[in-house]
Design a protein around this ligand. Structure first.
Ligand SMILES: Cc1cc2nc3c(=O)[nH]c(=O)nc-3n(C[C@H](O)[C@H](O)[C@H](O)COP(=O)(O)O)c2cc1C
Length: 182
């Protein structure tokens, strides 16, 4: 059995991590249940402050609901065309630490989707649309539905490289210092 300490699986994982980019244009094909389950299993194993696991994952596949979420928060309009979305509902007990947990779990969902060959895009439901989305999804008072991840297979346009290789991020030399900042 291979392990993550073997060079090949490690390289595959590192490649998936480097390849995570937002793709906002999806084909209508459904996301297979096995893929959704695999992504949710990765999400389940995300570490959280005091192992509190302060989340519930709402999987949305109904196009009407996806469209209504996009209408409530137009900055997440990509969700309207997604085959599925995972809405991360946080418990809301300790907002500061939960914000970090929310980012960790969202990123793992993106990485797992990328590893499975799926396109994905994160979205933040804006405060103005939050009550409408909570009502749509039946999110109880006190919980917070802010981050969602749109999922699907990419259209031809979505699959195209978004920028010239290596140009979408500042170079490492600009963001790394050794031993001291200055
Ligand atoms: C906290 C957070 C919120 C984001 N919200 C949105 C959003 O509401 N809508 C959207 O289209 N992209 C959203 N993004 C995606 C970023 O714009 C994107 O990751 C960034 O521009 C880098 O592009 P890339 O993911 O293609 O590398 C969000 C990203 C983060 C980390």
């Amino acid at each position: 059995m291979s392990s993550i300490s073997d060079p090949q699986p490690a390289e595959a994982l590192l490649r998936a991590l480097r390849q995570v980019r937002s793709v906002r244009s999806f084909r209508p094909d459904p996301v297979p249940d096995e893929s959704l389950t695999a992504i949710l299993e990765v999400a389940r194993w995300t570490g959280s402050g005091s192992n509190s696991q302060p989340w519930t994952f709402v999987v949305v596949r109904d196009p009407a609901t996806l469209g209504a979420i996009a209408a409530a928060s137009p900055n997440v309009r990509h969700v309207a065309g997604a085959a599925a979305a995972i809405v991360i509902v946080m418990d809301g007990a300790m907002p500061e630490i939960e914000t970090f947990d929310e980012g960790r779990v969202a990123e793992r969902i993106l990485v797992a989707a990328t590893a499975l060959g799926l396109a994905s895009a994160i979205g933040w439901i804006m405060p103005a649309g939050a009550a409408a989305v909570a009502a749509l999804l039946g999110v109880p008072e006190g919980r917070r539905a802010r981050t969602l991840v749109s999922l699907g297979y990419p259209t031809e346009e979505g699959a195209r490289p978004k920028s010239a290789p290596g140009t979408a991020r500042r170079p490492l030399a600009e963001m790394v210092r050794f031993e001291r900042f200055s």
